[in-house]
Design a protein around this ligand. Sequence first.
Ligand code: APR
Length: 229
Amino acid sequence: MKLVVLTGAGISAESGLRTFRGHDGLWENEPIEAVATPEGYYRDKKRVRDFYNGLRKGLPQYEPNAAHVALAKLGDQLGDDFLLVTQNVDDLHERAGSKRVLHMHGELNQLRCEKHENHVFPFTGEEDETTRCPLCGASTRPHIVWFGEIPLYMDSIENALNHCEHFVYIGTSSVVYPAAGFKRIAHAHGAHVTCLNLEVDSDDSFTDTFVEGKASDIVPVWCQNFNTF
Ligand code: APR
């Protein structure tokens, strides 16, 4: 595996989507424990469904930016030598043309069955207590990985990190595990680790190269030159 890419909310910021922790970030206005934990969900399902309904409804108004497009092109060039992992639940990578994206924190445009966690299906409407799993008829929940839940695709991601030559993390504050630990894993296996972000990473001990700037400026340039690092 040549390259593993991890993206976070910062790559979608210039498309107009709010990040989580920045100024006016989502978590400044919504209590995490209420809308991003299983406990919050079982306490008030309507509140949680409505929160994600709102985010889902807003998605079509945002367009992918040059950073999403550059990664889609690079993915086409590298084929199986490339893995795109995102913490984002938006669909901007797919709309930019990326064909295989591992959404480790789930996707807004999908729902999951409350009875069978492998019953996952596309959904673009408003979820409520009457929404049913098309496979078994049980009730549903947002297909979002909340705090305290295990992120998706971890085996494939760890396997890729153990064998990649380059690991780059883009537009993520690197505070939420396990994603925040990917740079350490890749570094330990000899990969060149690069951070692309507006601001310096608070823990850069595993980072070989840091490029500062807006994702839409620096990601396209990096994608053209990453082989030279
Ligand atoms: N270009 C590049 N980086 C940017 C830009 C930009 N235009 N705008 C913001 N950033 C950077 C910020 O500097 C910050 O480091 O994006 C990062 C956004 O950090 P967070 O809001 O913490 O988002 P993220 O790292 O994706 O959050 C991780 O936390 O609550 C959870 O599940 C949620 O997936 C999310 C996870």
